[in-house]
Ligand binder design. Structure first.
Ligand SMILES: *[C@@H]1O[C@H](CO)[C@@H](O)[C@H](O)[C@H]1NC(C)=O
Ligand SMILES: *[C@@H]1O[C@H](CO)[C@@H](O)[C@H](O)[C@H]1NC(C)=O
Ligand SMILES: *[C@@H]1O[C@H](CO)[C@@H](O)[C@H](O)[C@H]1NC(C)=O
Ligand SMILES: *[C@@H]1O[C@H](CO)[C@@H](O)[C@H](O)[C@H]1NC(C)=O
Ligand SMILES: [Zn+2]
Length: 524
């Protein structure tokens, strides 16, 4: 089912009313919104006489007050959603999200044709679990969690069946014996994704699946991209799972009732990609943030701060010329599981893929209880060659800006995943989400010990009060430096190699197995 939002039913900001960019959008295709080749030639002529960008020049143009002013605009846009959601939000499918995209396009459109602006429309999967219940024997399992993007139980009604334990990890269809047919499959977490286990269970005829944790505690996650044979799936704790296993191994029967009322919808949404008309188009530095928020709030820090940093850097860059092409992206559907960036990276042809020399992810730049965190990308761990060099660039960049930094795992929580899987070097920085700040980090960055880096992460209070302007400006300058550095030169940065589609698909399948997360949710 497609839910279409009418993009013309906008916008309260006078700034946006004159937008000439609302026009045609084609399904799945990248849409060229710039005029004809004459206009392009004129734009190149106009901009190429500008001074060549340098790190110092571009970083010098980034100021907290301009970033904050863009965040104000964004918050106003999030409020367009209030009549539908009862609070400000920029979740995909909302007018606040459509407004965000139009705001970005509108601002870029005022820069004298400095950028070619593309839209990429794609179907985004969005799930809702309305109600779920699991009862084993006579005991309601209150800690059971329906997985995100799970289908409902049959007819959205409870199913009653015996629980059957699955051999090994349930990653192979051979692990499922015939008695799984019509039963509720009990599967251990690990080795492959929840989605694969659910698909195997459904293929074997199970009416529901329970994945139990292989470490201490409750388990919640996502099935990821819906598959035909996915079956209603819960995550349960190690304790609950092992208790059932024990009874089964004593030869006892264990029956259960499982109920999930859920829907999985497809919403049409779009990425925005802007590329400089100047610079070598075969050698591009690419960077991205996500244009969407969660449903719960306006997402002023997550990822309003990254989106607005990119926009401000894009505006300031237009005062300079570049040697290499610079490509900015505002991804949609990040919060539903990195959908936009993955769609983009997976739909690049081999020829387009090698033009991207590196990708830089900027998600959450101004957390109130921030740390300056660098993704610990390392060539030795199989990250595409160049990822570590980018990481080292950030280390130097923070040193030059006179601040401390930490490393965080490169584990799949943001939009770099699709690029790494596609063989493109990637990295990025962030200021922290629901992690807890240590005493040592308070010495390094200030702030409060024992509190989340972003106490309003994925909540209604992620509003204009949820930004630290110092972090916002420091990271704005770092982003500017990263753009300027590679817009100026790729000297000593590893070249890309053209791969056949087959080799690429193989490596992509292998690479995908490494990620523990897809966005905020566990996948295995
Ligand atoms: C792990 O999963 C793969 C499939 O993803 C499977 O081939 C392999 O047998 C599994 N290993 C175990 C120990 O279950
Ligand atoms: C970064 O990754 C490297 C290689 O995996 C590892 O040796 C190192 O300990 C990591 N550093 C931090 C601070 O996590
Ligand atoms: C960096 O961290 C150290 C503690 O590890 C601290 O003494 C120093 O003041 C910090 N520097 C800045 C610029 O915050
Ligand atoms: C931002 O963080 C710095 C360092 O912790 C602190 O001194 C400053 O007061 C904070 N500013 C805002 C606006 O929260
Ligand atoms: Zn985010």
């Amino acid at each position: 089912m497609y839910i279409k939002v009418n993009p013309s039913s906008l916008l309260p900001l006078g700034l946006l009313a004159t937008s000439g960019l609302s026009s045609p959008v084609t399904g799945g295709q990248q849409q060229h919104l710039l005029g004809d080749s004459q206009a392009l030639a004129a734009a190149i002529h106009l901009h190429s006489s500008k001074p060549l960008v340098t790190e110092e020049l571009l970083a010098g143009k980034i100021e907290a007050k301009n970033l904050l002013s863009r965040s104000h605009d964004l918050y106003t846009i999030a409020k367009i959603s209030e009549p539908h959601y009862n609070h400000p939000t920029r979740v995909i499918g909302s007018l606040g999200h459509v407004g965000t995209i139009k705001y970005v396009q509108q601002v870029l459109g005022t820069l004298g044709g400095y950028y070619k602006i593309h839209e990429q429309v794609f179907p985004a999967v969005s799930g809702n679990v309305y109600e779920s219940r699991l009862t084993i024997g006579k005991h309601p399992i209150l800690s059971a969690r329906a997985m995100s993007l799970t289908p409902p139980t049959k007819n959205k009604e409870p199913v009653f069946a015996q629980i059957v334990a699955v051999a090994n990890d349930g990653c192979n269809i051979e692990d499922f014996t015939e008695d799984v047919n019509g039963a509720i499959a009990l599967i251990k977490r690990g080795n492959c994704s929840f989605g694969q286990k659910s698909e195997n269970a459904g293929t074997a005829g199970a009416v529901a699946a329970l994945v139990y944790n292989n470490e201490a505690g409750e388990l919640s996650g996502t099935l990821g991209t819906p598959k035909k044979h996915h079956v209603a799936t819960f995550g349960i704790s190690d304790k609950v799972g092992l208790k059932v296993l024990e009874k089964l191994s004593e030869g006892k029967e264990v029956d259960a009732s499982a109920y999930i009322d859920a829907t999985v919808d497809v919403i049409e949404t779009r990425n925005v990609v802007a590329q400089t008309v100047l610079g070598d188009p075969d050698n591009c530095v690419m960077l991205g943030g996500h244009s969407d928020s969660v449903e719960e709030g306006p997402g002023v820090n997550d990822d309003g701060s990254g989106s607005m940093t990119l926009l401000e850097v894009a505006v300031q860059l237009s005062k300079f010329s570049v040697n290499n092409c610079v490509r900015f992206a505002w991804w949609s559907g990040e919060e539903e599981g990195l959908l936009g960036s993955t769609w983009y990276a997976e739909h690049l042809s081999s020829e387009e893929n090698v033009k991207i020399r590196l990708f830089m992810d900027y998600d959450m730049m101004a957390s109130p209880n921030f740390a300056y965190q660098i993704y610990n990308a390392t060539d030795s761990e199989g990250d595409p060659k160049g990822s570590e060099q980018l990481r080292n660039f950030y280390i130097n960049g923070y040193k030059e800006l006179g601040v401390n930094y930490t490393f965080i795992p490169f584990d799949g929580r943001s939009d770099y995943v699709g690029f790494i899987d596609a063989g493109i070097p990637a990295g990025g920085v962030a200021t922290g989400a629901e992690g807890v700040k240590t005493a040592e980090e308070v010495e390094m960055f200030g702030g409060w010990e024992g509190k989340w880096y972003d106490p309003c992460y994925h909540q209604l209070c992620d509003d204009l009060t949820n930004l630290n302007s110092t972090a916002y400006e420091v990271n704005g300058k770092l982003v500017a430096k990263s753009v300027a550095k590679y817009a100026n030169s790729f000297e000593s940065f590893p070249p890309r190699k053209l791969e056949s589609a087959e080799v690429r698909a193989e490596r992509m399948a292998e690479s995908k197995k490494r990620w523990k997360y897809r966005g905020k949710k566990l996948v295995m």
